[in-house]
Design a protein around this ligand. Sequence first.
Ligand SMILES: NC(=O)c1ccc[n+]([C@@H]2O[C@H](COP(=O)([O-])OP(=O)(O)OC[C@H]3O[C@@H](n4cnc5c(N)ncnc54)[C@H](O)[C@@H]3O)[C@@H](O)[C@H]2O)c1
Ligand SMILES: O=C(O)C(=O)C[C@]1(C(=O)O)C=C[C@@H](O)C=C1
Length: 311
Amino acid sequence: MAGGMIYDRVALIGLGLIAGSMGLRIRRDGLAREVVGTARSAATREVAVSLGLCDRVTDTAAEAVRDADLVVLCVPVGAMEDVARQIAGHLKPGATVSDVGSVKRAVLDAVGPHLPETVDFVPSHPLAGTEHSGPTAGFPELFENRWCLLTPTGDSGPATDRLTRLWQAMGASVETMDPDHHDLVLAVTSHAPHLIAYTMVGVADDLRRVTDSEVIKYSAAGFRDFTRIAASDPTMWRDVFLNNRDATLEILGRFTEELFALQRAIRTGDGDMLHDYFTRTRAIRRGIIEAGQDTAAPDFGRGKTPKGSAA
Ligand SMILES: NC(=O)c1ccc[n+]([C@@H]2O[C@H](COP(=O)([O-])OP(=O)(O)OC[C@H]3O[C@@H](n4cnc5c(N)ncnc54)[C@H](O)[C@@H]3O)[C@@H](O)[C@H]2O)c1
Ligand SMILES: O=C(O)C(=O)C[C@]1(C(=O)O)C=C[C@@H](O)C=C1
């Protein structure tokens, strides 16, 4: 469904999974008159144009943001400051600058100080992704039925409203949130789970010598899901952990305590404890489904075929 034109010119910096999905959706539904993209490598820029992720590409970020009324930084969290420095002197007065980083406080602190007072900075985080990265990974339905969290600070009401309309037109439900609170919530729901998946797949890899290829051959569904998550982009996830250190360490501390309690129950044969624990966690899953938030069907994104649509 077309959402009508919301911006005149949108500039996407870094042409990977998220920027690609935004560009395809914005162009498909006419949400901007023009989408300009830029990436460091000429090969990525060429692929982006050939796939229609943007109308045109520029060699530098400084050129891409010229006359753009929305600029979205779609690079790994650790690269945001460098990009902010490159674009700062070239932004159109009155423009909105946003980003899609998975961590919000560190990006706010890294980008904010470089931006002129004539622009509004409205950070965003679409809670949508896959384990694939790069310009070929994007698809226009990525944000459909997903949350997008905005963490504006200061006086950016009209800019936030307009950006909200864009994310909604791309299929997302939008909420605003305090950046530190965002980082704590995401440490629980995304960052720690990714680290646990990385660890579990690492353990299986260590065991390979003992089990030969059985770990892969007899991979059950739970472990397969872990391997999908653990196949995510290494640069992106390195930057997430380095930039959401305190919240992630806080959650991992709690995780370790719970793990020890379960370990003890197994060792002492405390079946009641295990049963009670698993009953509690099952209720949480059922609550998510009843709230209609189980949009992350296992195949969604993998085959780039949204739930319910024909392959
Ligand atoms: N993948 C996900 O599941 C997901 C979900 C939500 C948000 N995010 C966030 O979105 C951002 C982009 O992630 P993605 O999945 O699209 O990644 P991606 O790897 O698909 O794309 C990142 C792009 O940034 C470019 N890039 C990397 N380092 C750069 C640098 N130093 N300077 C300029 N460009 C650079 C890469 O070449 C690539 O074009 C990240 O901040 C990530 O935390 C990712
Ligand atoms: O489905 C996936 O592959 C994801 O991991 C996406 C996911 C997540 O849900 O944790 C990963 C990182 C983001 O910042 C947002 C979404």
